[in-house]
Write a protein that binds this ligand. Structure first.
Ligand code: GDP
Length: 527
């Protein structure tokens, strides 16, 4: 095997999907702890929201002396390189999350076992399903009173339409949580509360019929043995291929805050989750083992760091090897960039990348010339597909309190639009800029960022727009006719694409009927 193939084979790139408060942040920290990337837990204290404060990350960074970022974390485990991508954590749905999930090869679904399947989990899982992403499931918080375990599996199967294969099975819960039985290994791991415990400190008892279990749990053991028999008979056996097809999820039980169950998840990711997968482009399928470098940008973040006023484009490497200083081609602009300042992932120190392989995420600093969906290669024309923009469903017109700040407003919105934080439309009739979003929280984020980063107090007003459609037509003359006739409803988005803003459903259907040669697109994949 070539070195590139070997490096690709030992990479795992995944994201955690969960409803806020299920334990994503806690679990992230414990994954870092178990991998040895940080030395002690408890770094994230007093956190109320589902997001790490930057300062928490900086603490972790100081501790371990490597860079950690809220967006991408890389760590080593069992001779593998693991890339963990953060999915933005707010309750509202944002497009950013969709696009992060296009850059992973598997996902870890965390469920609060007291609550079961929640709204955000459903949405995120549906996104994963678009690409049949394999899912590992962790049922968290067994140190608390939680719901019946079989009922939880039923709920996952019925609501999320994915078959469950329990790998471990909980013994008790809450104050009576004793541990888990590992069905495949026929071992029992004894639970002990304590946030600092490391893996080897949990006691292991071999065999469900081990007499030690009768001594330890004289009351519960009979019931447990019966339950295990029932579970084994009633649930699906683990099937690696079904998992890789996204049809079946291995399920683990534990308590993230107590470090319990973490190692099993890490092992599942290493042993079962796929190494970087081939990626589709308009031109051909790109294999991760190919010698030449290629990748696509799935996320852009501006103003992350007051000291660095530029922006970072997050690129997922899809093939070959990236080495520091190599020249790569930015295909949309047909321009070589000298990639000497490319970083592994964001941090206040910004580590320079020495090398990166398929599955890794690299950050390219830029001043706004890189857009989401852009492809980079050593020269070959490749257009990665599947990085979606969604027709917004919520619209606001933007005004500013101080007209002298118009320039800042336009600059800010242009940047936030290119970042994908919100969609920005410039109406052809010269009216106010229009913002479009799929989740209402996006407007709040934009208001706050305009104020903080651009010093602009913007006012949003409702507009009578019902939906947007991207418009295309192979026949230029027809398109020009269409543009002329519909100038009042047309706009250009931040990426320069022609968009039809429909005031209502009826208008849209009538327009579609009237212009059969024009294509109206509900999603836009960057090409
Ligand atoms: P996120 O919003 O998904 O990132 O969730 P957090 O990791 O912030 O956790 C939400 C809350 O659940 C916090 O108060 C955690 O301390 C708590 N929590 C996380 N894991 C566990 C667990 O295993 N047991 C218990 N009892 N609480 C937990």
């Amino acid at each position: 095997m070539s070195q590139i193939a070997q490096e690709a084979a030992r990479r795992r790139t995944f994201a955690i999907i969960s409803h806020p408060d299920a334990g994503k942040t806690t679990l992230t920290e414990k994954l870092l702890l178990f991998s040895g990337a940080i030395l002690s837990a408890g770094t994230v204290k007093g956190k109320k929201s589902g997001k790490f404060a930057t300062s928490d990350w900086m603490e972790i960074e100081k501790q371990r002396g490597i860079s950690v970022a809220s967006s991408v974390m890389q760590f080593d485990y069992r001779q593998h390189v693991v890339n963990l991508l953060d999915t933005p954590g707010h309750e509202d749905f944002s497009e950013d999350t969709y696009r992060v999930l296009t850059a992973v090869d598997s996902a870890l679904m965390v469920i609060d076992a007291a609550k079961g399947v929640e709204a955000q989990t459903i949405k995120l899982l549906n996104v994963c399903r678009l690409r049949d992403t394999p899912i590992v499931t962790f049922m968290n918080k067994y140190d608390r009173e939680v719901r019946d375990s079989l009922e939880l599996l039923d709920e996952v199967e019925n609501i999320l339409h994915i078959r469950c294969a329990p790998i471990t099975w909980p013994i008790g819960m809450g104050k009576n949580f004793k541990g888990v039985y590992h069905i495949l290994n026929d071992e029992i791991y004894l639970f002990e509360a304590g946030g600092e415990k490391l893996p080897h400190q949990f006691d292991v008892i071999k065999g469900i019929n081990n007499a030690r279990l009768d001594e330890l749990f004289p009351i519960e053991i009979q019931q447990l043995r019966e339950e295990i028999e029932l579970v084994q008979a009633a649930s699906n056996e683990f099937d690696l291929n079904a998992f890789l097809r996204g049809e079946l999820t291995p399920v683990f039980f534990g308590s993230a805050i107590n470090n319990f169950g973490i190692q099993e998840i890490l092992n599942a990711l290493i042993d079962w989750a796929p190494a970087p997968l081939p990626r589709e482009t308009l031109e051909r399928v790109v294999e991760p083992t190919e010698n030449k470098f290629s990748g696509f940008v799935f996320k852009i973040q501006a103003n992350m760091d007051a000291k660095h006023r530029d922006r970072i484009a997050f690129l997922r490497v899809c093939s070959g090897e990236f080495t520091r200083g190599m020249k790569i081609k930015h295909l949309r602009l047909n321009r070589d960039i000298a990639a000497s300042s490319v970083v592994t992932f964001m941090s206040h120190t910004r580590e320079l990348v020495e090398e990166a392989f398929a599955g890794d995420i690299i950050g390219i600093p830029n001043h706004g010339n890189i857009q989401i969906g852009d492809s980079f290669t050593e020269g070959e024309r490749l257009t990665f597909t599947g990085i979606p923009f969604f027709a917004p469903e919520l619209f606001r017109a933007v005004r500013i309190k101080n007209p002298l700040k118009m320039k800042q407003l336009q600059k800010g919105l242009q940047q936030l639009g290119e970042e994908g934080a919100v969609q920005v439309f410039r109406p052809h009739n010269g009216g106010d800029l229009i913002l479009g979003a799929v989740g209402v929280l996006q407007f709040e984020v934009v208001t706050a960022r305009l104020a903080n980063e651009y010093g602009v107090d913007a006012v949003f007003e409702s507009v009578s727009i019902w939906s947007a459609r991207w418009v295309s037509c192979p026949d230029r003359k027809k398109l020009a006719e269409f543009e002329k006739a519909n100038i009042l409803n047309l706009a250009t988005d931040a990426g320069g694409n022609l968009t039809y803003l429909a005031p209502n459903r009826v208008n849209l259907s009538l327009t579609e009927e009237r212009w059969p040669d024009i294509c109206f697109h509900e999603t836009r994949e960057l090409t």
